[in-house]
Structure formats: C-alpha cells, structure tokens
Design a protein around this ligand. Structure first.
Ligand SMILES: C[S@@+](CC[C@H](N)C(=O)[O-])C[C@H]1O[C@@H](n2cnc3c(N)ncnc32)[C@H](O)[C@@H]1O
Length: 220
C-alpha cells in the first residue's frame, strides 16, 4: 500500500476510522495490562486519535508515530495544544507536554525511540495494512517493543472476499501465526459488531468480529 493512499485520505479528510470519542475497549481493558501509572506509551499509526489524550490523562507520556503531517497538526490544533517541532533523522518530532508525535514512516522508525516505553496501544494500525505489509509491520512492532512490555491490540475480522480493506481482516489464526512468535497473546474480548457498522451491513458482509488482545513481548 502506497503512502500516497494515506496522504490522500488525510488531504481529503476521508478519515472514517477516526473516532470522535475515546475507544471503549481502551477504557475497559487498559487496566488488564496492570501498568505503572507513569511511563511512556507507544501508539503506532496514531492518526489524531483522542485515545492519546486518554492515555496522557492517566499520567503517561505518549509517543505516537504517524505518516501524515496533516494528521499530526490536526491532533494538536483540535486539542488546542501548542507544540515544538524538531528533526529526528528523516522523521519530524512534534512535542507538547505529555505527547510526542513522530511524523514519518514507522518502518524506518529508530528502535531506540521505544526504549523507555512501559506499554503500547494498537487500534486500527495492524488492520490498516494488507497481508504482506502486515507481516512486515508485525516484525517491526516486535523490533520496537522491549521484552516484557505489554500492550493492547484491537482487530477486526470478517470475510475479506466480501469487502476491500482497509480495514483488513485479521483472524485469530493470523494473530497466532505472525504475532504469537514474538508476543505472549491473550484474547480479552471478541464480539460480532456488524450491527454497529453500516458500511459492512450495506456490503452484505455476513459477520464482523472485533477482538481485543493483550500482547506481551517475549524474551528473544
Ligand atoms: C486506520 S488509521 C488509524 C489511526 C488511529 N490509530 C486511530 O485509531 O484513529 C491508520 C493510520 O496509519 C497511518 N499510516 C499508514 N501507514 C503508515 C506508516 N507506514 N507509518 C506511519 N503511519 C502510517 C495513516 O496515515 C493513518 O492515519
């Protein structure tokens, strides 16, 4: 998937994935990670998600990574936060008090950016990539997340033949095949959410499972 796809989506503000409220699974399941209340949290492919504000309000410093500069700027503008900008190699860093958004490609993000993290949160990141890129993303996530660190992963699963992604379908079997080699995986929740998703209903997708996993980076 070409980066232009995402740049165009942000340019045209076709951002149906953006949620106007804090994600309910984040609120429900974050405590399952049993993290210290302070410490850095990594949010890959963060968009302008309000979930980062929730994590900051819990006392964490948030480190997001996002391809689109438009998304990053909108995050700070929407939340009336002033920021400072600096360079980190080929990436730009936009920093406010508790939130640091690194603008650029996650695949070239230096691993030491995540040295200090105590947790991570992947909502609509893994499922944003088609299969080949998703395998590379799983590998990159494993490189970025230090051993012993836990996070939440939120996925969607459906019959991929019924609809083009994104979001792309990610099954429990896929998680087992490509995430479990690097992370301890525990499914915390899974429910059919078809009725709440008119785009999928209109395309006559027969079922749509949303799942929440706890992941903990395994020792190498
Ligand atoms: C489906 S959206 C999810 C955004 C956010 N997690 C949320 O819940 O609203 C995926 C985001 O990933 C960003 N993205 C896509 N490819 C990326 C890459 N290679 N590196 C960093 N960000 C990327 C896109 O610009 C987009 O904002």
């Amino acid at each position: 998937m070409d980066p232009k796809f995402w740049h165009d989506k942000w340019q045209m503000q076709q951002i149906g994935f953006h949620q106007p409220e804090i994600n309910p699974y984040l609120q429900q399941f974050w405590s399952e990670l049993a993290l210290k209340p302070v410490g850095d949290i990594f949010v890959p492919l963060c968009g302008k998600s309000l979930d980062m504000c929730y994590l900051a309000e819990l006392g964490h410093k948030v480190i997001g990574c996002e391809l689109s500069q438009t998304a990053v700027e909108q995050f700070f503008t929407d939340n009336q936060l002033s920021y400072q900008a600096s360079l980190l190699g080929e990436h730009q860093v936009f920093s406010a008090n508790q939130i640091q958004l690194i603008q650029g490609d996650i695949f070239s993000l230096p691993v030491d950016v995540c040295n200090s993290i105590v947790g991570f949160y992947d909502r609509a990141a893994l499922i944003a990539f088609p299969d080949d890129m998703r395998k590379n993303y799983a590998q990159k996530l494993a490189e970025l997340i230090p051993v012993g660190v836990s996070g939440l992963l939120v996925t969607l699963d459906y019959d991929q033949d019924a609809l083009n992604g994104p979001p792309f379908a990610v099954s429990p079997d896929w998680v087992e095949a490509y995430i479990a080699p690097h992370f301890e995986v525990s499914q915390l929740f899974c429910e059919d959410v078809l009725a709440d998703n008119p785009r999928f209903v209109n395309k006559q997708v027969p079922w749509l499972n949303e799942a929440v996993y706890k992941l903990t980076r395994k020792a190498i």
